[in-house]
Design a protein around this ligand. Sequence first.
Ligand SMILES: Cc1cc2nc3c(=O)[nH]c(=O)nc-3n(C[C@H](O)[C@H](O)[C@H](O)COP(=O)(O)O)c2cc1C
Length: 362
Amino acid sequence: MSVSDLFKPLELLHGPAMRNRFMLAPLTNQQSEHDGRASEFDQHWIEQLAQGGYGLIQTCATHVEASGIGFERQLGIFCDEHLAGLTAMASAIRQGGGLSAVQLHHAGHRANPLIGGIPAPASHYTVPGVRALTTEEVERIRDNFIAGAVRAEQAGFDGVAIHGAFGWILSEFLSPLFNDRTDKYGGSLENRARLTLEVIEGIRRRCGPAFQIGWRLSVERYGLLLEELREVTADILQRELIDYLDLALWDSAQIVQDGTFKGQSMLSVFTRLDRGGVKLGTAGKIMGAQRAAQLLEEGCDFVLIGRAGILQRDFPLQVQANPHYDSPKLPVTAQYLRSGGMSERFINHMRGWQSFVVRGSL
Ligand SMILES: Cc1cc2nc3c(=O)[nH]c(=O)nc-3n(C[C@H](O)[C@H](O)[C@H](O)COP(=O)(O)O)c2cc1C
């Protein structure tokens, strides 16, 4: 596989094909209005990316319930007041020629009370003084994921990407460490995966035949067990319940440290599964053209671009122009980001990320 293979279209099970193998990873940028409406800064950011040559652009994590908020100035999709801003974002992406997906998110036990969040843990012991969600409350959250997808479709997005990573609610429920429930959403692996499955299947039922569903999965921390995650994934792939799996690795070259797959590349644990027509991609330190092409060799259908996409909004176009393109080295100055068109709010958000912005740079 060579860099030119990254520019071959990719058919998905539903809806239009991706024009190439580049997907923008979901990137929280904390620049929405306080009530979750998209701001002019969200729109400007999306417009820059839309012209960047991506096959598919995911939005930042977008909360499906007001009380499920995880970050200040987080984008929302929990009421119709959000539709106008989301519609403008979807249109900008379409005009740029890419597909679009809203990343659907609920912060679960990490919902932040300082900004209106209500912690929603699977178990009694997770947050001191906060009881576990009742079964009805879990079903309400499930229904709000589905309602979020319906709203995304109304706004003109090609699909949604379900946030099942990083200990947020769906990954929290999957974890035997965080989930000690005795109802149908806890106990066996089948029960712990039920919330994820009901969200996916509910969206498929409620949205149109061309609507695309992605699922983001992370494999580390939060008591998650790789062997179990592989089993759940195998089932979802085998039944072709989603259009694409987005493996949220922090390093796409990660090696499994213990258990059944010790010594193997984390990616290979998933690329070896029979995926039917489902497409698979990974994120994690993909900072240049050659690494992106190598990941196709390693069994990915597409690659997710995170930090490299913040550094250079048109990463795919850069790769197209130069098969040896590499991202600028980190950290960069605030002025570098500003001159690329990034807002002060986003720059301030990036100051919180280790080794991204030169400390003290104005
Ligand atoms: C500023 C920033 C914001 C992020 N926001 C999200 C998010 O909203 N949802 C999510 O699933 N992952 C989020 N991530 C993780 C990225 O999508 C990606 O998986 C990770 O950064 C690894 O890819 P990279 O090495 O190319 O940056 C974020 C990462 C960064 C750096």
